[in-house]
Every structure is written in C-alpha cells, then in structure tokens.
Design a binder for this molecule. Structure first.
Ligand code: HEM
Length: 160
C-alpha cells in the first residue's frame, strides 16, 4: 500500500515536472523568439525560468525521495550500479544530474547570466537564447530517457 502510494506520487510528479519542461522548451522558447526587444525578451524568459526552476526543485526532491524510499523498501538499492539494476541506475544518475543542475548550477550560472542580459551586458542575446533552447532540448531528451528507464525497470526489463 505504501509502495503503490509512493509510486503514484513518483510518476505524477514526473508528469508535472517534465510536462512543464516540455512546455517551456516547445512552446515558450519559440514565442520568445518573436519578441524583438532584447530587454523584453530577457525579462519574459527570466519570469518563466525563475518560477519554473523553483517548482522544479520541489519536483526533483519529491521524485528523489519517493524513488529512494521505494528502492530501500524493496532492497533494490542493493542492485544500483550493477548490471541487474542498469535501468534503475540510469534513472538515478539522471536524477543526480538534475540535482546538480537545479541546486548547483541554475542559481549561480543561469540566474546571473539572465541578470546580465537584462542589464544589457551581453551583446548577442539571440545567440544565448538559441543555446539555452538547445540546452532545454537536451535536458528534455535526457529526462525522457530517465522516464523510459523507469518504465523498463518497473516492468521487469533488464534482469532484476
Ligand atoms: C529524473 C528522474 C526520474 C524519472 C523521470 C523517473 C521515472 C520513473 C518512471 C516513469 C517509473 C515507472 C513507473 C511504472 O511504470 O510503474 C519509475 C519507477 C521507479 N523509480 Fe523512478 N524516476 C526518476 C528518479 C528515480 C530515482 C532517483 C530513484 C531512486 C533510486 C527512482 C526509483 C524508482 C523505483 C524504485 C521505481 C519503481 C519500480 C517498480 O515499480 O517496480 N526513480 N520512475
């Protein structure tokens, strides 16, 4: 009963998290490209990113806590980093990457860069936006790999 409750929380949070990431990547970025004014463009992105990064930190914590709790309840933590637990390990490592991004890099690198953009300190804002959009596509793809790994693991693919 507790396990299934944790699994429901785990999967629903994954849906909110990566659904939001997909929305930013596929819908928000193309609409930002249409804004001509550089300051307006940077401000609009800052508002979205600021709010979403904050939510994503909660999502990452919820997914991690529920995932680790399930792994400890079942003893699957023992097969992390073994061939048997390949798909569990992929899911775990992608989550670790997200924790580093959201708690380590985003508050320092992305936030500071956006502030510099708004102050007009960065000459080629459009190029930075293209790179940021690319980065979001990579993150979205990697995150979908984590979700696929979770499904494969949960349904008995890869020996366990
Ligand atoms: C980016 C992060 C993650 C994503 C996208 C993700 C996604 C998923 C998905 C889609 C499922 C499949 C549910 C199903 O088909 O029943 C799942 C199950 C699971 N995940 Fe994750 N997960 C993530 C992080 C983690 C972490 C950090 C752990 C901890 C080690 C973890 C442990 C588990 C466990 C134990 C299951 C249940 C397997 C089962 O029902 O047999 N996940 N995850």
């Amino acid at each position: 009963m507790l396990f299934i409750g944790l699994l429901i929380v785990h999967v629903l949070t994954v849906i909110l998290w990566f659904g939001g990431l997909a929305f930013v990547t596929i819908i928000i970025f193309p609409s930002l490209y249409k804004i001509e004014d550089i300051i307006q463009k940077s401000l609009s992105f800052q508002r979205v990113e600021h709010r979403f990064a904050k939510l994503a930190r909660y999502y990452a914590a919820t997914v991690g806590i529920s995932g680790l709790a399930m792994a400890y309840m079942t003893g699957w933590h023992m097969i992390l980093f073994t061939r048997q637990g390949l798909f569990l390990t992929i899911m775990f490592m992608i989550w670790v990457m997200w924790v580093v991004m959201l708690f380590g890099l985003e508050p320092f690198i992305i936030k500071k860069m956006l502030e510099r953009m708004i102050k007009g300190e960065i000459p080629d804002v459009n190029l930075i936006f293209k790179r940021l959009n690319k980065m979001h596509w990579v993150l979205l793809s990697v995150s979908l790999i984590a979700a696929a790994s979770g499904i494969l693991f949960a349904h008995g693919y890869g020996a366990r």
